[in-house]
Structures are given as C-alpha cells and as structure tokens.
Design a protein around this ligand. Structure first.
Ligand code: FES
Length: 158
C-alpha cells in the first residue's frame, strides 16, 4: 500500500496535464520521474481519474520500454550489451558490478535501494564502447576498474 503522499503528488500531476485520456503518457512519465518507477496502484488510480480502462493504461505502459513497474535504486546503471560493446568486453564490466553490489541477472536492485544494474541493447554511443549509463549520464570506454571507481564515487555522494 502506498501512503497518501503518493496520491497527492499524482493528483497534482493529473491536474497539471488535465483529466483526459491524452494525458496518460506525460502523467506516467512524471510519476516515473518522481519515484523512478511506475507503481501499479498509481497507474490504476490514474486510469480511473482520466476515464480510461485499467487494461488500456497497462497496455500503453508495457508498450513503452521506458516504464518500469519495479522499484529502482537511486542510481540506475545501464550496462550496454549491444554488439559493439559486447565485443569490446562489456561482460566483465557487468560482472564486476554484480559482484561488488551482490546483484545478478535475477536481482537488479540492492536492498538499500541505492543501485539498480540493468543491461540495454545499445546506448547509441557505439564509438565510445563499451559504455554504461548512470541515470542520465553516459560513461565511455568502461573497464571493470572504472566501473568500480564510479560505484565508489556514488557511494561517497550517498
Ligand atoms: S552497442 Fe553499446 S552503445 Fe551501441
């Protein structure tokens, strides 16, 4: 169960975009920007408020890869595993992060909700391979050592 503050914030976002079906995507984007994921309860709530079915809201949300129903850490690290990055050894970078953070293919987020590690199929910066992204920032030419240094730095920031 989400506490009331989530619904208050969602009401504010809905007011901003207007109670109409066409507001669904910007509303979902703002909710995700606020909480770093899209809580299912809020999606149900938004659907009701803007007058669309829950099924419709879910089908739109699942269509766009950027929406996540899973709570994510403060720092979302995306390790590119596209072809260019893969041949330039992105796998050891991913494995070093998993090892350091106690994560795996199945467990993406640390228990303290600080880090989420995911893979993506191309970050659109193949010339800088292997790449990884931390929230909105691209890190070029990664190595396991550089990736661990980034973690150290982020831990320092808290
Ligand atoms: S394959 Fe990694 S950035 Fe394109």
């Amino acid at each position: 169960m989400l506490d009331k503050s989530y619904y208050d914030k969602t009401d504010e976002i809905i007011e901003h975009y207007g109670r109409k079906a066409g507001s669904l995507i910007p509303i979902m984007q703002d909710i995700q920007a606020e909480y770093r994921y899209l809580p299912g309860e809020l999606l149900t709530y938004v659907a009701k408020e803007i007058g669309i079915t829950e099924t419709k809201a879910y089908s739109v949300a699942t269509f766009y890869e950027n929406f996540s129903f899973e709570a994510k850490g403060k720092y979302v690290i995306k390790v590119c595993d596209g072809t260019a990055c893969h041949v330039r050894k992105s796998t050891p970078v991913l494995e070093a992060l998993w090892k350091e953070l106690g994560l795996s293919k199945k467990k993406h987020t640390t228990d303290d909700m600080m880090f989420t590690v995911e893979t993506v199929s191309c970050l659109g910066a193949c010339g800088l391979a292997p790449t990884m992204m931390v929230n909105e920032e691209v890190h070029p030419s990664m190595t396991p050592e550089k990736a661990l240094a980034v973690i150290e730095e982020l831990r320092g920031k808290g």
